[in-house]
Write a protein that binds this ligand. Structure first.
Ligand SMILES: Nc1ncnc2c1ncn2[C@@H]1O[C@H](COP(=O)(O)OP(=O)(O)OP(=O)(O)O)[C@@H](O)[C@H]1O
Ligand SMILES: [Mg+2]
Length: 234
């Protein structure tokens, strides 16, 4: 579904991502691991059309390397950034409706999907009239995931959904991710929480200093003790 070939991204003189190859097949949950600064966010932003890049990004056999973020979103790729930014002054419901910007005319479908989001994330229904800025960190994370899903993406890019959350909430977020996978959604998940990510992923790539240092099935990667020590923080 997604093929990233020979992707390089620089910030001025800093080469953040170097000749990276990544593939995500339909229905797969693939995790992109690596230490701070390895180039994970940069890779996702390039896929989402936010960063200029060299190399080739193919989505459903179409080259999207130089598309605008809007065009990429309309093509069916949604990204949940690590900054977890909700529209703080808007209500939970308004935030969710904005997520459906790619399908403004599909009112019926949106209402149906809203109901689906409330089923998946019950706390959002409880808080639906509350300004999003008043939600807890874990609730905001659920909101940004749900908001991204409102565009009915074919591919979801998730950047560190567990960051800064209490362990119990992290478990909950990973439960949600596992459930999304069960619905058939294709997911590319960036995580520093390698152990957790590897338990729910099909395959994994490990980035180190902007390059793919290892890749394989989630099992292969999690059983490689060298990798853990070298790149995944023990
Ligand atoms: N806007 C920027 N300008 C200059 N350098 C940047 C910029 N954004 C990122 N970098 C650099 O690019 C490299 C990769 O950063 P990136 O954010 O992709 O890493 P990451 O793997 O997502 O790290 P983290 O786990 O901390 O989120 C880092 O060395 C970082 O300092
Ligand atoms: Mg990052």
């Amino acid at each position: 579904m997604l093929k990233v070939e020979n992707l390089s991204v620089s910030y001025g003189a800093i080469a953040a991502v170097k000749k990276v190859d990544i593939e995500v097949r339909e229905g797969e949950l693939v995790t992109l691991l690596g230490a701070n600064g390895a180039g994970k966010t940069t890779t996702l932003l390039a896929i989402a059309g936010v960063l200029r890049n060299s190399g080739k990004i193919l989505f459903r056999d179409r080259e999207i390397s130089h598309w605008s973020p809007e065009k990429v979103a309309h093509a069916g790729i949604a990204m949940v950034p690590e900054t977890r930014d909700v529209f703080a002054d808007l209500t939970v419901l308004e935030n969710l409706r904005l997520g459906a910007f790619t399908r403004r005319k599909d009112t019926q479908g949106c209402e149906k999907d809203l109901a689906g989001m409330f089923e998946l994330f019950p706390i959002l229904e409880e808080r639906r009239t509350q300004p999003a800025g008043t939600l807890s960190g874990g609730e905001q994370q659920q909101l940004v995931i749900a908001r991204a899903l409102m565009s009915r993406p074919q591919l979801l890019l998730l950047d560190e959904p567990s960051m800064g959350l209490a362990p119990a909430i992290v478990d909950k977020i990973f439960d949600y991710i596992a459930r999304l996978k069960q619905t058939g959604l294709t997911i590319l998940l960036v995580e520093q929480n390698a152990r957790k990510a590897l338990t729910c992923a099909d395959r994994a790539y490990v980035l180190a200093l902007g390059e793919v240092a290892a890749s394989g099935s989630a099992r292969e990667i999690s059983e490689s003790s060298d990798l853990a020590a070298l790149y995944l923080g023990g």
